[in-house]
Design a protein around this ligand. Structure first.
Ligand SMILES: [Zn+2]
Length: 325
């Protein structure tokens, strides 16, 4: 394991490198970005910047290597007892944070996929984030900045990661899969909107992912025809598997965002269904924005353990009604 490859993260690297060079780091980072954009990789880079023996995030020293292989005692990836962080999970960290680091002069607590965590859990952390013990640093990752309380955001540096885009995605895929056919990589990158994480997942053998892409395409096509019954049936077909449902909703939301971009004259698309986005872009922008909000609401209610089939039905009706047939 050598250096981390950080595609699509130039602004983040710039901010972190500037702090490293000045020797002054903020104590709390919030990293936001869609699934598969490499939020955890970015978090590991920040951790390397904090703990590296040479102070350069070299990727080669003992500390850096242990960070990348998830075996550094001063990087604690905080576990969730349930689906989202609870007040108890947070309290364990707060009481652990007053203990000195093991091997380094600093230690890092990494909270991953924070979307959907409660205000109470975040409030339990506030004091520690506001006035942390000297050696302690916090990193939070989540899809949206809105997943974090304003009070937490104001005490943190928020770093957003944009999807890498097709070109950078291709560069990453060529490096990761040097033996694969270039045309195949090209096809996968296009189908998955240049999302490196999703492409790697697919190329490593996830048929599930391609099935989801297919499902999302069918949902877009039926939505564009105002076929609420089939949209509902398609969403329902994955609603017994919460993760699959959430992923499909997320992917469909990206297609909707592409449709909005197209109708505003932009051409850079991120979703898995260019054709569907084109069809949907013919509809009223406000309606599309409403659908995007409905997708976000459905994903949020999933994170809070809602009844998924009910969420699927509600989402289907909001999708078709927002398009105003
Ligand atoms: Zn190092």
């Amino acid at each position: 394991m050598g250096k981390l490859t950080l595609y699509g993260k130039a602004p983040l690297l710039h901010a972190v490198d500037a702090m490293r060079q000045s020797g002054r780091f903020v104590h709390s980072f919030i990293i936001t970005g869609e699934k598969g954009t490499g939020k955890k990789t970015a978090a590991l880079y920040i951790t390397m910047s904090l703990l590296c023996e040479k102070g350069t995030a070299c990727g080669e020293c003992r500390e850096c290597r242990r960070i990348v292989s998830d075996s550094h005692p001063d990087l604690r990836i905080v576990e969730k007892a349930k689906k989202t962080y609870s007040v108890e999970d947070v309290r364990t960290v707060v009481s652990d944070s007053i203990i000195s680091p093991n091997d380094c002069e600093r230690k890092v607590y990494l909270f991953t996929d924070c979307d959907g965590w409660s205000d109470a859990a975040q409030n339990a952390l506030l004091k520690a984030v506001e006035d942390p013990p000297d050696p302690v640093y916090f990193i939070f990752t989540g899809i949206k900045a809105a997943s974090f309380l304003g009070t937490l955001v104001s005490r943190s540096m928020v770093l957003n990661i944009n999807p890498a885009g097709h070109e950078e995605c291709m560069a990453a895929l060529r490096e990761r899969f040097p033996d694969r056919d270039g045309a195949e990589l090209e096809r996968v990158s296009k189908a998955l909107g240049g999302n490196i994480g999703s492409c790697v997942e697919y190329l490593e053998g996830s048929e599930e992912l391609m099935e989801r892409v297919e499902l999302v395409r069918r949902i877009s096509a039926c939505a564009a025809q105002g076929d609420e019954y089939t949209v509902s049936a398609l969403l329902n077909s994955v609603s017994s598997d919460r993760t699959a449902f959430e992923e499909c909703v997320d992917m469909f939301g990206t297609v909707i965002r592409d449709a909005v971009s197209l109708s505003l004259g932009r051409t850079e698309l991120l979703g898995c269904d260019e054709e569907g986005a084109k069809k949907l872009s013919a509809f009223d922008v406000q309606g599309l924005v409403n659908i995007y909000d409905a997708c976000t609401a459905a994903a949020d209610s999933c994170a809070q353990n809602c009844n998924t089939p009910a969420a699927a039905g509600l989402l289907a009706s909001r999708i078709v009604r927002s398009l105003r047939f």
